[in-house]
Design a protein around this ligand. Structure first.
Ligand code: AN7
Length: 351
């Protein structure tokens, strides 16, 4: 079996004999039917577990191709700005290929696990006192000045690689789903998924396009309001982005698929995160839970058709943001002494 997306999809990706074989066995993530959650929505509900990728998020799909092409072009270092996951992914692939990686993070606004990853993989981490959007501008300029490969999604190979998520879903389901529900920050992933679905349709490997349903956090929802958001704020720090780079591609994806934009509040995101974990057995980071929050709201408003198939992209692993999880967990640890009696007194086993 071929593993890693460059090997598995070599016929559909721009890889040549000269492209280095970068591979952390990314892709091939589970598409899990979330049966216990279906009673809330009355649809066939699937989660694409992108947190199972090597660095714990969907970013690995685009990063592996971007890094391979950068090496092919003779680049000697990587640079990116990130709300956390892009930096973890870039740092991982840079480490695996033995090249330096510079990551610009908005100071104090990156989840702990992601910061730990970038540091452990050995990236040079620069905490920029400013927004992600400003850090991205700085990274682009620094890339031009230094000749580093810019591996944010302004790098076209990122979105090419991320199409593989859509291809896998079509292969796993046997066709495209009716709805594709996805969190949106810088708007690259929704654009990449739509391009992937369009490509599979034109190759005759699926029979229709899904409606692309984009979900943003209410405090960082420029695509919902139609206006850039100068001071984005949300607990879902991964999507705390005010001026999405791929806004026009993403708008086209939603319009051309008959999809919709919706926003969800931080409270709705946290409730959905708990529900997904406690009734689905899947622990996803807050940003990844925006689609479930949105679907629950659409259902309540009578705007979710019964019986359709819906795929939610669970973009990042819940372990990335332990602080938020512990603050919002439904239960705290129960402390006891070390006697058996005390232990038995806290175990309520159903009979
Ligand atoms: C878990 O890492 O932008 O709409 O710098 O980490 O393609 O930006 C992360 C984005 C959704 C939004 N879910 O995807 C970064 C970064 C998770 C994310 C998104 C991100 P895009």
């Amino acid at each position: 079996m071929k593993v890693g997306i460059l090997a598995r999809y070599s016929d559909l990706l721009p890889v040549t004999a000269a492209t280095p074989a970068v591979n952390l066995e990314e892709g091939g993530t589970p598409l899990v039917r979330l049966c216990r959650l279906e009673k809330h929505l009355d649809v066939r509900l699937y989660g694409k577990l992108e947190g199972c990728n090597p660095s714990g998020s969907f970013k690995d799909r685009g990063m592996v191709l971007a890094v391979a092409k950068a090496l092919e072009e003779g680049k000697r270092a990587l640079i990116c700005a990130s709300t956390g996951n892009t930096s973890a992914s870039a740092a991982a692939y840079a480490a695996s290929m033995g090249i330096p990686c510079f990551v610009l993070l908005p100071a104090g606004k990156v989840a702990l696990g992601k910061l730990a990853q970038a540091l452990m993989y050995g990236a040079v981490v620069v905490s920029v006192r400013g927004s992600f959007d400003r850090a991205l501008e700085l990274a682009r300029t620094a890339a031009e000045r230094t000749g580093c490969a810019m591996v944010n999604s302004v790098n076209p190979y990122r979105l090419r690689g991320q199409r593989t998520g859509a291809w896998e879903i079509c292969e796993q389901l046997g066709d495209a789903p009716d709805w594709h529900a996805i969190p949106v920050g810088n708007a690259g992933n929704i654009s990449a998924y739509f391009a992937g679905y369009e490509e599979f349709l034109s190759l005759g490997r699926s029979t229709h396009l899904p409606r692309m349903m984009g979900f943003q956090a209410a405090g960082a929802a420029p695509l919902v309001t139609g206006l850039p958001c100068p001071e984005p704020e949300t607990i879902a720090t991964a999507i705390r982005i005010g001026n999405p780079v791929s806004a026009s591609l993403a708008r086209a994806a939603v319009t051309n698929s008959g999809g919709e934009w919706n926003s969800v509040t931080d409270d709705e995101i946290l409730a959905a995160q708990k529900l997904l974990a406690s009734e689905g057995g899947v622990f996803a980071e807050p940003a990844s839970c925006a689609p479930l929050a949105g679907l629950l709201k659409l259902k309540e408003q009578g705007c979710l058709p019964s019986g359709i198939s819906v795929v939610m992209v669970l973009t990042g692993n819940g372990l990335k943001d332990p602080d938020t999880a512990i603050r919002n967990a439904p239960l705290s640890p129960v402390e006891t002494g070390d006697s058996l009696d005390e232990l038995l007194s806290v175990l309520s086993v159903p009979r």
